[in-house]
Design a protein around this ligand. Structure first.
Ligand SMILES: [Zn+2]
Length: 88
């Protein structure tokens, strides 16, 4: 069985890499970390991402970042609440 190649989220060619974004909090301990969903990309598009302006980052990658950022904001605020309402 050959695994079915995922299409590049950018250009539709068969993807060679899977890119995910890891975001971690520096100001909260224990450190909170969230990883975005992975975005399949072909080698050409990864190289392009390394050089293009941030404004040109693909929508899918931007959404992945948004989701990871939203998740970590929730995690960080829950962490803060735990501290405030520590066991009575
Ligand atoms: Zn591509």
């Amino acid at each position: 069985m050959t695994p079915k190649a995922k299409p590049c989220s950018c250009c539709g060619a068969s993807a060679a890499f899977s890119l995910s974004l890891l975001i971690s909090s520096l100001s909260v301990t224990p450190r909170q970390q969230k990883c975005s969903l992975s975005v399949p990309l072909c080698a050409d598009c990864v190289e392009e991402l390394c050089t293009v302006d941030v404004a040109q980052i693909t929508e899918e990658l931007r959404n992945a970042l948004k989701n990871a950022y939203t998740a970590i904001k929730v995690a960080v605020s829950e962490c803060a609440q735990h501290r405030d309402t520590s066991k009575s």
